[in-house]
Design a protein around this ligand. Structure first.
Ligand SMILES: [Fe+2]
Length: 209
């Protein structure tokens, strides 16, 4: 299995309860890219609900005790939806920082330039994938085992681990992620996310390949 290296809940021991992560920043720390009000609903209500549903639905199933990532690989139906959204949001909230922004460096930067020609072209490709994703879903920068990068669109709560790709950076384009702040201007929201991406976090996910 893959280890994402972003949370203790992905350690090898059996899991007794899936964790509702603690944010490493205040609810208003990502303003103006993401408002306190959106964070209070998105982290405080949506993610909490996914984690509670996951912990309720997994009880008594053969998957109880497996790592979150393995549950996402094995589950179907409502359990997959809630486990997938828990994993997605853990990755999402932990990849941001009030001191984020700038550009990637090191091996990740080299891989981006190899794949898209420049960091700017990569940004445009992520923005285009977010713009053209129909309905609710996610856009991910992902890597395969050889360190090749791909941008993926995932519908609903699916996660790239189900395609044997490692998620590095995810943009949530469900309306709950941006509608309070940007109404229907998904493009403006996605453009603003570049100001808060913590590249060291994303680089670490890539280097743990
Ligand atoms: Fe979300």
């Amino acid at each position: 299995m893959l280890l994402l290296g972003t949370s203790a809940s992905w350690a090898q021991e059996r899991v007794t309860e899936y964790e509702y992560i603690t944010l490493p920043y205040a609810l208003d720390a990502l303003e103006p890219a993401i408002s306190r009000r959106t964070m209070a609903l998105h982290y405080g209500e949506h993610l909490r609900s996914y984690v509670e549903n996951l912990n309720r639905l997994i009880k008594g199933t053969a998957m109880e005790g497996e790592t979150l990532e393995d549950v996402v690989l094995m589950a179907e139906g409502p359990l997959l939806n809630n486990a997938g959204q828990t994993l997605n949001h853990n990755l999402y909230f932990l990849q941001f920082s009030p001191s984020g922004g700038g550009e990637p460096s090191g091996a990740l930067r080299r891989a981006i330039v190899r794949r898209w020609g420049s960091v700017d072209n990569f940004r445009l490709a992520m923005e285009e994938a977010a713009r053209t994703l129909f309905g609710s879903g996610w856009v991910w920068l992902t890597a395969d085992g050889a360190g090749n990068l791909y941008i993926l669109q995932e519908a609903g709560g699916l996660n790239p681990v189900r395609r044997e790709l490692r998620p590095l950076l995810g943009f949530d384009v469900w309306e709950h992620a941006y509608y309070l702040d940007y109404e229907n201007r998904r493009k403006d929201h996605v453009n603003a996310l570049w100001q808060i991406v913590s590249w060291p976090v994303v680089e670490k996910r890539f280097e743990n390949n």
